[in-house]
Design a protein. Structure first.
Length: 133
């Protein structure tokens, strides 16, 4: 139904706005209830639960390049779905946050791409933490 789809789109934008605020505030306490666990980092670190998230190095999670992508003036207007339509993405193609609507009707963060390119290794992607399900 069109009205249900419109409500989901409205709610997804509201959740994206909440993501931007929580990330800007580096608010792990609020974020812990927004994340789908477990999360895996590209370095093999597992974040199994809320307590482990609360102990994550904030600089490694809230990287400058991710924050720039989330705070771009067009970030919310460019909120989009993944190619398969299963998740929403806010940010750029490589620095972004993925989230989806769970069966219980709640949105959850499913992936945080906060990668950056090291000036010494322009041809290689260096991960400051690719937290994903």
């Amino acid at each position: 139904r069109a009205d249900v789809q419109q409500q989901i789109e409205t709610d997804s934008r509201a959740f994206a706005e909440k993501i931007v605020k929580v990330f800007n505030d580096e608010d792990l306490e609020t974020m812990k209830d927004m994340v789908l666990y477990p999360q895996e980092t590209s370095g093999g670190q597992s974040i199994a639960n809320e307590n482990e998230l609360l102990n994550v190095d904030k600089k490694a999670l809230f990287t400058d390049i991710l924050m720039k992508a989330l705070n771009d003036e067009n970030a919310l207007d460019n909120l989009r779905k993944t190619n398969d339509g299963s998740e929403y993405v806010i940010g750029t193609n490589y620095k972004n946050v993925h989230f989806r609507l769970n069966d219980d009707g709640q949105f959850v963060i499913t992936k945080i791409n906060n990668r950056y390119l090291s000036p010494a290794h322009k041809d290689k992607l260096i991960c400051a933490g690719d937290f994903s399900v």
